[in-house]
Design a protein around this ligand. Sequence first.
Ligand code: SF4
Ligand code: SF4
Ligand code: SF4
Length: 381
Amino acid sequence: MSYPKSSRPREVYPFSGGELVLYKSARLEKLYIELTNRCNFSCRMCFRNNFRGEFGAMPDRVLDALLEQLKTLPDLQEALIGGIGEPLLHPRFREVVAALKHRGAVVEVQTNGVLIDDDLIDFLLREDIDRIITSYECGAVGHVQATGLKDTISRLAERRRTLRGGHSRANHPRITLQWILTADTLERLVPEAREMVALGVNELILSNLLPMDESMAADSLIFSPQTGRQDRVAWKNRGDILEPFIDALRYRAKVARPEFHLRTERRCSFVDSNAAVIRHDGAVAPCYRLLHESREYYQGRWREVVPQLFGNILDDAVHQIWSNREFLWFRHQVANKLYPSCPDCELRDGCEYIADTTADCYANSPSCADCLWDRQILICP
Ligand code: SF4
Ligand code: SF4
Ligand code: SF4
C-alpha cells in the first residue's frame, strides 16, 4: 500500500540534537525459517556446540501462524528453509516448501544432505524448488558423509537432467555447496571442488571456521594472532590462497568467497536483503548470529552472544514485527554503519563491552561492532 509522504506510518527518534524520521515499510523481502535446530550430526565446527538452552523443532501452532502470515507478505521474494540445524528432520518440511512455492517465492533449502532420498528429490523437483544448499566439510571438524553426499548430488543432478533435458533451466534447482575452509583441508579444496562441479554442483559458498573452542583456533584461516596468522604482510605475500581454486573453476561454477582479514568495508547481508529470521519457537531475529544464546571465540577472547528478538509471530504478524520501532531503528543503524569497529580497536584488550553483544561504546544496544558476518569473514547463503 502506498501513502502520501506526509501520512506514511513513521517513527521519530531523537538524533544528534534533532529528530530523525524513519518511514515504516512493508518491504520484508526475505525470510530465513528455522524449522528446527536439532540435527542428525554433531560436527565439531557447528555453532550448536556453543548454544545454550534446549534444542527444539517448530511446533504446529507456530508453523500454522507462519503459513497463515505468508498470505499477508506482499513483498516476500525469497525464503530459505534451514539455519543451524537439519530442516529435513521436521515432519512438516514438505508442507512448508509447498506453501512457499504456492506463494510465489524463490525457495531454498539448506541441508547436510544425508536425508535426501529419491522420493524427496522428486518432490523438490516437482515443487520447482530453486536452490538446494548442502554443506560439505571433509576435515576433522566437519561431518563425515562425504561419499554419501557425492552420491546424493549425482542422483540429484541426474534427475534434474532427466526432467529438464536440454531446457534452458537445465540448472534448476541450483545445487550449492557450502564449504567451511580450514588449514587442514585447504589442499583438498581444488580436487574436491572439481569433482563436485563435475557431479553437478553449480555454485560454492566458502566461509571461514569460527572456532568453537580454543583448540580449534589454529585450524581457522581467519587472520589473527591467535590463529598463528598474525603477520599480515607475510600472510598477504603468500598470495591469494584461493586463487588456484577460483582459476580451476572459472566459468564452471559460481564462487562466493570470504575475506580472511579485516577490511574497511562492512556489509550485513541480512539487513541489506530486507530479511528476518524466524526461530523455531516463533521469535523473530535480524540474523543467524543474534538468533540463539551462544558464545563466540575470536581474537583469543570469548564473547557472549545474547539473542536479539523483536517479537514472536504467535503475538504479532512477522511484517508488523519487522516494522516495529525497535527493529526499524536497528536496521537503520546497521545499514548506515552507526556502530564502532571492535576487532581493530586499540582499546579492545581492556574493553568490557566486548564481553557480550548487548552494548558498545556508541551506546548501541545490541551491538554489531564485533560481527564477522558484516566483514564478510563468515558467509551465509
Ligand atoms: S550438519 Fe550442519 S547443523 Fe548439523 S551438526 Fe553439522 S554443522 Fe551443525
Ligand atoms: S566497544 Fe570497546 S572495543 Fe569496541 S570500539 Fe568501543 S572501545 Fe573499542
Ligand atoms: S551486522 Fe552481524 S550481528 Fe548485526 S545484524 Fe548483521 S549479521 Fe547480525
